[in-house]
Design a protein around this ligand. Structure first.
Ligand code: UD1
Length: 417
């Protein structure tokens, strides 16, 4: 298994290109199931999660070509309607196939994803929404078995779940009649999905607000679409720059996708400049503690909480970080403490008291974003060497992270045991 070795204490400087958003690419790939013709997606990131979705769609009979940064998916010939446990357990986003499969073929059998390190993560809202649209749903042997023709409905989500909004949006685009989805997620990835579906011939309005209206259509056709930039990767590079006392510019980013985050960087002492699709951040006069509560978009993204915590470990003063989206998302804390951080956990809050420096240590990645937090901590640890085990977590969401950080001046390498 691979490890990442970091000798920290070097300020990161320079410019890095952000890749396409993982959390857009995965639902867009699933949405291609809805079309009778081939769809081409540009700016697809080369990530393990993308390979898993590729395998899943191929297992249904889709023909997929993935060359460089673009992918063509031809789902005209699907002949299998089962998403098996071995693929779904590797990646929860596999559950995105349920809505489109059901809408196009009136049947689907998809393994329940189960919980993961950051929480139990149920799919009750996805299922309630599909049932409201007329699906018959049964759970048998760990699988969701869904059948029936979908019809338009007024449905309000109990919580603005990103995945449930995406599943229902895809399903409703080919349901009979009009669907109004209330209290939906407003994340940029939802807007990207709606643009893609509309380009395929869907009739969706209101994406990006909390009410989306979908006029169902009989069929969807092929199209080409460019995946939006990854806002979490953008944020991770900016944090790494500030945490190491460096000066990093991220290119091809969309600053409108990170409103609260960029303000929090400023509150933490960051000099943040935005020029079109370039975002630069540096903290020349040191870091200050800030209070942060994760929230659905446009609030502070839960996917940047762990990385931000690593930076705040080195800030002057106390930061209180609250996690309101997931129940168990402070997996990085125990490892950060082993690197010299001063953090107390109090239920859903973490109290981070800034220290003068972190020191490298052998640590273990527990999930995708926690592992990115350990990379940030390792880069900013002035003393010692950090060795991060279980880096397969980071490969799920960051493309060749070590090479791109090395291009900014980091002393980082991947070693094979
Ligand atoms: C997506 C992102 C993930 C991000 C999260 C929140 C993808 C592939 N993943 O995950 O990176 O951290 O949004 O921004 O896009 N919930 C329920 N019932 C449901 C669905 C969700 O209770 O049916 C709860 C979850 O347990 C969690 C909260 O709602 O506590 C948010 O989950 P959700 O927005 O659905 O996240 P995902 O779509 O799984």
């Amino acid at each position: 298994m691979d490890r990442i070795l970091i000798r920290g204490g070097r300020p990161l400087r320079g410019t890095v290109q952000v890749r396409g958003a993982k959390n857009s690419a995965l639902p867009l790939m699933a949405a291609s199931i809805l079309a009778e013709e081939a769809c081409t997606l540009h700016n697809i990131p080369c990530l393990h999660d993308v390979f898993t979705m590729d395998k899943l769609l191929s297992s249904f009979g889709a023909k997929i070509e993935f060359t460089g940064r673009y992918m063509t998916i031809d789902a005209s010939t699907l002949d299998n309607f089962v998403a098996h446990y071995d693929l779904v357990r590797k990646m929860r986003a596999s559950f995105f196939v349920l809505g489109p499969m059901l809408a196009r073929f009136q049947k689907a059998r998809v393994s329940l994803p189960g919980g993961c390190a950051i929480g139990t993560r149920p799919v009750d809202i996805h299922l309630k929404g599909l049932e409201a649209m007329g699906a018959n749903i049964a759970i048998e042997d760990g699988y969701v078995i869904a059948e029936g023709a979908l019809k338009g409905v007024d449905f309000s989500l109990d919580f603005p779940s990103v995945g449930a909004t995406e599943n229902l949006l895809m399903a409703a685009s080919r349901a009979r009649g009009v669907t109004r989805l209330n209290n939906v997620a407003r994340e940029p990835e939802i807007v990207d999905l709606a643009h893609f579906l509309n380009a395929m011939g869907a009739q969706i309005s209101g994406a990006g607000t909390d009410l989306i209206t979908i006029v169902g259509v009989d069929a969807l056709g092929g199209t080409e679409h460019v995946v939006i930039p990854d806002r979490i990767e953008t944020g991770t590079f900016l944090i790494a720059g500030m945490a190491t006392g460096g000066d990093v510019t991220v290119q091809n980013a969309n600053p409108d996708h990170l409103p609260t985050f960029l303000n929090k960087l400023r509150d933490a002492g960051g000099e943040v400049e935005v020029h079109g699709t370039r975002i630069r951040a540096a903290a020349k006069n040191g870091l200050k503690g800030v209070d942060i509560t994760t929230q659905p978009f446009p609030g502070f993204p839960t996917d940047l909480q762990a990385q931000m915590m690593s930076m705040l470990c080195l800030a002057q003063g106390v930061s209180v970080m609250r996690e309101s989206v997931f129940e168990n998302r402070f997996m990085q804390v125990a490892e950060l403490i082993r690197m010299g951080a001063d953090i107390d956990l109090d239920g859903t809050a973490a109290i981070v008291r800034g220290v003068n420096g972190l020191s490298g240590a052998p640590v273990m990645a527990s999930d995708l974003r926690a592992s990115a937090a350990l990379v940030v901590a390792g880069l900013s640890a002035a003393k010692g060497e950090t060795s991060i085990a279980r880096v397969y977590h980071i490969d799920r969401g960051y493309e060749r992270i070590e090479e791109r950080l090395a291009s900014l001046g980091a002393d980082i390498e991947r070693v094979r045991d």
